[in-house]
Write a protein that binds this ligand. Structure first.
Ligand code: AMP
Length: 215
């Protein structure tokens, strides 16, 4: 299954990707995660990307297209992949078509998670994660047993720099301006599956599964 998960920040792409990775045994390719790893490693690309990420803006198309082109060539993508957070602009979508053509692959589904902006701000502003084991929490929807402490490993929970409310609003605005047009782009290509991302996690999961099986 070669697919994309589309949706604004906080729509639950990462959560649903986790289920899809299990069901299809294919990798999740998150450009956000790869960029954060580059920032962490303080690579030249990471240093450049950090300023854009902290401001809630997009990193340049060339950089992310390069990362994805390289990643899709790895052997674990032979049976499929889940792109999470890419493409985010029309030039990225066009570039992806070119990359897939070069690799002899075809895009099979684009699942778009639709959600309400105010609810998203609440979801994102409450997100916390453990830098030690990677587990995610939510202050309201999935709180840790003890404030500020990872229930799995005892690590100190942190908030992503770009999950601060002001940056979240900026990321939403960027999404609506630059990424939302991709729904039409993929609808015209007959691969768009729109899903109600406001439903319970398991209900969203079931809806995606049914739609992919029907397609
Ligand atoms: P995410 O974790 O997907 O929300 O991504 C976090 C940040 O990484 C975004 O706000 C952007 O600054 C950057 N980023 C991730 N994916 C892309 C992309 N496809 N194009 C441009 N910037 C991206």
């Amino acid at each position: 299954m070669n697919m994309i998960l589309l949706g604004p920040p906080g729509a639950g792409k990462g959560t649903q990707a986790f289920f899809l990775v299990e069901s299809y045994a294919i990798p999740q390719i998150s450009t956000g995660d790869m960029l954060r790893a580059a920032v962490q490693a303080a690579s030249p690309m990471g240093v450049k990307a950090k300023a854009c990420m902290d401001a809630g803006e997009l990193v340049s198309d060339d950089v992310v297209i390069g990362i994805v082109r390289e990643r899709l060539q790895q052997a674990d993508c032979d049976n499929g992949f889940i792109l999470d957070g890419f493409p985010r602009t029309l030039p990225q979508a066009d570039a992806l078509q070119d990359v897939l053509k070069d690799l002899g692959k075809e895009l099979e589904a684009v699942v778009s998670l639709r959600v309400d902006t105010d609810a998203l701000v609440e979801r994102l502003a409450g997100r916390r994660s453990c830098p030690q084991c990677g587990k995610g929490f939510h202050l309201k929807f999935d709180p840790p047993r003890e404030d500020g402490t990872c229930s799995a490993c005892g690590g100190e929970l942190v908030q992503r720099d770009d999950d601060k409310e002001e940056t979240i609003r900026k990321r939403m605005e960027v999404y609506h301006r630059q990424t939302a047009p991709l729904e039409d782009y993929y609808s015209q290509r007959g691969v768009l599956i729109a899903v109600d991302g406001m439903a319970e996690i398991q209900a969203v999961r079931a809806e995606i599964k049914a739609a992919l099986q029907a397609g």
